[in-house]
Design a protein around this ligand. Structure first.
Ligand code: SF4
Length: 105
């Protein structure tokens, strides 16, 4: 008889509870997300303001890891823009990918 072994899924609250401690909970979400017409200095000013909120957030590391792991494509998460997170993700994984591709099997 075929027996499957299951591990109990972690409670979803464990995955998301960190968000309850985010400093941004008391901040207008619009500060963290651009609108489609936003450019230049206006955008830079908003992003800087959002990053200041993240800088005093107790869960900034957890937030950044979450955004990178999920490929969050929008907004300021963990004190970084989507472009900055993508650069960080590439800088950490591309050397590993290149090394794996060039190593003999
Ligand atoms: S790091 Fe920034 S976006 Fe993430 S929870 Fe904290 S304040 Fe919010």
């Amino acid at each position: 008889m075929f027996m499957r072994s299951y591990t109990s899924p972690r409670p979803l609250a464990d995955e998301w509870d960190w968000q309850l401690s985010g400093t941004c909970r008391d901040t207008d979400p619009a500060l963290f997300y651009d609108d489609t017409n936003e450019r230049g200095s206006r955008r830079a000013k908003r992003e800087s303001s959002a990053k200041l909120v993240c800088a005093r957030c107790p869960v900034v590391q957890r937030c950044l890891v979450h955004a990178i792991q999920t490929g969050e494509p929008h907004g300021i998460w963990g004190g970084m823009t989507a472009t900055e997170r993508e650069s960080l993700r590439k800088s950490r994984t591309e050397p590993l990918i290149s090394a794996a591709a060039s190593s003999p099997e």
